[in-house]
Design a protein around this ligand. Sequence first.
Ligand code: BG6
Length: 449
Amino acid sequence: MVQNTVKAKLPTIYVIFGATGDLTKKLLMPSLFSLYQHGALPKRFAVLGFSRRPMSDQDFRKLVSSYFPELENSARFKSFLKLLHYEVGNFDKSADYKKLANRIGAFDNRWKICTSTLYHLAVPPKYYTKITEHLAKLGLTDKCNAKEGWTRVLVEKPFGSNLTSAKKLDATLGRLFREQQIFRVDHYLAKETLQNILTFRFSNSIFEPMWNNKYIARVDIKFLEKIGVGTRGSFYDGIGALRDVGQNHMLQMLALVAMDNPRQVSVKNIRSSRAKLLSQLANVKPRSKTETFFSVKAFISSNRWKGVPFYLTSGKALQDKNSEIVVYFKASAPCFCRAKHGEHEHPNVITFKISPKEEILIKFWARRADLIDDIEARNFRFAYHRPNDSKIRAYEKIIFDAIKGDQTLFTSTDEVMAAWRYIAPIWQGWGRLPLVKYRRGSAGPGAIG
Ligand code: BG6
């Protein structure tokens, strides 16, 4: 749900490459409809799907309405469907891009303005270069005149499959677009709790003075999933968990929890603070690896974090779904409790829950209300109570910010490269480690620490 929206005013066409795919079905369409319902889309706005499957505008609208059977009788949804258009096209064929250009031109004529265009590459990465080069050939990577509108491109992860291919992709995009036009998606950055980490840390003076190795003992970053590889087997086989979620979502979780205060809420400062933190990652100790599970003990080479381990753990087909960051503080020693309870472990713990729950918990110790003197753990709890799936909400923010032109929640070249520089040696080193097996639905291949 988007509230207090600053409405983007310029007429905009949102071109989706891969309009009949899973991303469009599961995330883009629900997010677009939600933005529409909340009045967060520009007044003159059109979606133009571009895919191989032959279809008319009407067929495309029918296909999209089949994704929302519960909205069959909704007048709101019917008027939303009118925004949807479709052009059949093969990503290899120049002639098809000409048809696309004509469709875009038709909107310009209808609205009597050089329309702003947002291209979303909701397709496998192997098509990125091909599509953007075709667009560039027809002059579609730039706006139609210098005075009006803008042209931007949304690029989904994975951004390359190693440092070399990421550099190559970045060079291609850099040749065809300016950096302000490139929006590299990491949907975790757009999750509410993840955005809230910076607010939590830098808007409350009680936490930041303790956010360092003097007070913090360790940090766990977990990305545990109940779902298995599912139908994505062929994609996953060539990628694995470390590159699927480690190189991007988890390192961004780490960056936000550990970075220095950017001092200013600006795109430049926030991105460069994240990038700086990622470039300080050092001292890797991979612990175990299978296709679908990994755990890494990482250190950050800065005075603030010297000696504090960051454990990154991720797995598929586990007991539960749980993405969270857990910050363990050193216990005040000795325990302020009766001698017989001196053995109490009593650390404070702050947990940022990101998916599927979105909440922040602070574990503190209090005196138990009892005749017996003892202490017990209690939680301060902050929770969002919002109906939509957090992933759909993240995509609302992604589309909204891309239309607005705000790149804060998108990764910069520096961040992507720093993340690959860190991940690449771990990934290469794993060939020398034995494979550890774990049972589907279990807690993974064993405790780490
Ligand atoms: C995607 C990964 O980026 O994130 C998937 O490719 C993973 O493998 C998904 O399942 C998890 O996202 P969320 O928002 O459901 O936690």
